[in-house]
Design a protein around this ligand. Structure first.
Ligand code: ADP
Ligand code: MG
Length: 275
């Protein structure tokens, strides 16, 4: 399902111009990370994709649906959105009911709801907490519950707003595997993240925003090696890129394997290491 964002501006009732003309096209199956400093307009932009916000001018198409012509409830069948703060999302009194909420509202049968909820809770490794009250879990676990709620809906488009925030290394790895699984199924995955290493590892395309506009949009390897641009957006390049630049390597790879290859190819540490 393709997404078209066409010259969208958005002004909050308070008068803040949060989006100042954003145009993007996302093809089905793409994995796109949106980066940029606080207040850049990232969350405002993704809230346009599930219809929570409607453009002040311009338009947003999800497949053949213009978000202005469909309710949020209807958009939910196409776009799943995991809020930055899980406490803005959780409404039910048990983890199982919370995760079955979406499938229920999509009109699935009780048996389907249960199957969807269980499958999603298995993905986030919380199935043993099905009967637990969400507020008896840690904040990091509650975030995983909200991830499961969206996974249970099996939408073609999935949006994660700061998914790794507050997660330990195991949680980050788990979320990385979930993202990779969604990509393998051909679903569109969009994330907002400050976790640049997570982004470099799982997202091929990076959109950098500042002040309600898109400053750069391209392959992660290109966007993350543009020091000038990252300085404007207050985004730190990934650690491997910084290391490659500090060593004056000819390329700045985003993966450990690529880094080692580049290092060997440059004739540096590879030979010294064999002494
Ligand atoms: N509910 C709101 N009401 C008024 N202004 C808002 C609201 N939400 C965000 N803003 C403002 O819109 C701008 C963009 O915010 P946001 O989309 O949350 O940015 P980001 O997600 O990149 O941090 C900021 O100036 C922010 O203060
Ligand atoms: Mg935000």
């Amino acid at each position: 399902m393709n997404i078209v964002i066409e010259d969208v501006t958005f002004t909050y009732p308070s008068g803040t111009h949060a989006l100042r003309g954003v145009t993007l096209r996302l093809d089905a199956g793409e994995a796109v990370a949106i980066v940029g400093e606080n207040g850049a307009g990232k969350t405002t932009l993704v809230k346009h994709l599930n219809g929570l916000l409607k453009p002040t001018t311009g338009r947003v198409l999800i497949g053949d649906w213009d978000t202005r012509e469909h309710t949020v409830a209807r958009m939910a069948a196409r776009v799943g959105y995991v809020f930055q703060n899980p406490d803005d999302q959780i409404v039910e009194r048990s983890v199982g009911e919370e995760v079955a909420f979406g499938p229920r509202h999509l009109g699935r049968t009780p048996a389907e709801q249960a199957a969807d909820a269980t499958a999603a809770l298995e993905m986030v490794e919380l199935v043993e907490h099905t009967k637990t009250h969400p507020y008896d879990l840690t904040a990091a676990q509650r975030k995983l519950v909200t991830l499961a709620s969206v996974l249970a809906m099996r939408t073609p488009v999935v949006i994660f707003d700061e998914p790794t925030m507050g997660q330990d290394a195991r949680g980050v790895a788990l979320i990385g595997r979930i993202v990779d699984g969604l990509k393998a199924e051909g679903r569109t995955v969009i994330t907002i993240t400050h976790d640049i290493d997570f982004c470099a590892a799982h997202f091929g395309r990076v959109v950098a925003m500042a002040d309600g506009q898109v400053l750069a949009d391209g392959p992660a390897a290109d966007v993350f090696t543009r020091a000038d641009l990252l300085a404007t957006t207050n985004v730190e390049p990934p650690q491997l890129v910084r290391l490659a630049q500090a060593l004056a390597l000819p390329r700045a790879p985003l993966t450990v394997e690529g880094f080692v290859e580049t290092l060997k190819g440059s004739g540096g540490a590879g030979e010294q290491g064999s002494k």
